[in-house]
Design a protein around this ligand. Structure first.
Ligand SMILES: [Fe+2]
Length: 301
């Protein structure tokens, strides 16, 4: 056999993997090896740095628990989660459907159900706001009986999973649109928060002199029979970190500024936001737009 050098080793690996029966796995792994080897050559990766990277990834794995997913956090802070999301949006988002955003690690199934205009703050206290509007289809018609799921931090910047006994659900819930596709949610003004900084990803963020904060936001998941599930979030425009989200989730079209006296608000005295969500019909090949999954499910897989 021929001696390998720093270029031919890449071809040797790809040749050996050519037997992979699954064509997509073969394609992905071949590209991964090409880019990984090119990266190592470009930065002239030293043995000590290679070992440091192995130690870092080992620590990322060891930091994962059923309720903490350090690998997703790493993906988020490298912008990879957003990139996957943007590509999926470009391939599957129809017309002027609302832009998507990351699902994040704090979504929980089976949150409590609320009626029109009720408050999701069942335990937490703080300044209130209202979000209301319509869920619309591509033709601009209201979609009746759509599910609007919402979850967010409280006024101290903590999700219920972080603030309470994990069995207690607060600051999250499900609403149904009425016959005209209308919904209204009363909630607290959320506070932005730092990603968990006590693990290896936090160490890296500090070494990069980044702040580690996400601007205040309200997660929304909207679904209706026959429509593509919409995973998105509304971001509060006055947050100091609105232009430097540490996980790159913000889009201009998702920025809101609650104000008193908004016409049509179920309580105009409370700072309100009118936001209409546009959802699109589900195509036959459609998959869910959920990027960044529930860590408890990942742990169970
Ligand atoms: Fe979040």
């Amino acid at each position: 056999m021929a001696d390998l050098d720093q270029n031919t080793v890449t071809d040797a690996v790809i040749a050996q993997m050519a037997s992979t029966p699954d064509p997509r796995l073969r394609e992905v792994m071949e590209s991964l090896v090409r880019h990984l080897h090119a990266f190592a050559r470009e930065v002239k990766l030293t043995p000590a740095e290679w070992l440091g990277a192995i130690a870092f990834l080992t620590k990322v794995g060891q930091t994962c628990t059923p309720i903490r997913q350090e690998f997703i956090l790493l993906s988020d802070t490298l912008g990879l989660s957003r990139l996957v999301n943007l590509m999926d949006d470009k391939a599957n988002r129809v017309g002027d459907a609302t832009e998507t955003s990351l699902l994040g690690p704090f979504y929980r199934e089976a949150s409590p159900r609320f009626g029109y205009g009720e408050s999701i703050a069942t335990h937490a206290k703080g300044p209130e706001m209202v979000i209301f509007g319509q869920v619309l289809n591509e033709a601009g018609e209201g979609v009746p009986n759509a599910i609007v799921e919402v979850w967010q931090t409280d006024a101290d910047g903590a999700y219920d999973l972080q603030a309470n006994d994990p069995d207690v659900m607060d600051m999250r819930g499900q609403f149904r649109t009425d016959a005209e596709g209308r919904y209204a949610i009363r909630t607290l003004i959320p506070l932005g928060y730092s990603i968990p900084m006590d693990g290896p990803v936090g160490d890296l963020i500090r070494q990069q002199a980044r702040h580690g904060f996400r601007p205040a936001h309200i997660h929304m998941l909207i679904g209706a029979e026959g429509y593509r599930e919409l995973v998105t979030a509304l971001y509060l425009g006055d947050d100091d970190h609105i232009d430097s989200d540490t996980v790159f989730g913000v889009s201009e079209s998702l920025i809101v500024r609650p104000q008193p006296g908004v016409e049509g608000s179920p309580d105009p005295g409370v700072p309100s936001v009118r936001y209409d969500f546009r959802i699109a019909r589900r195509a036959p090949h459609d998959t869910s737009g959920r990027v960044g999954a529930d860590p408890s499910k990942i742990a169970a897989e």
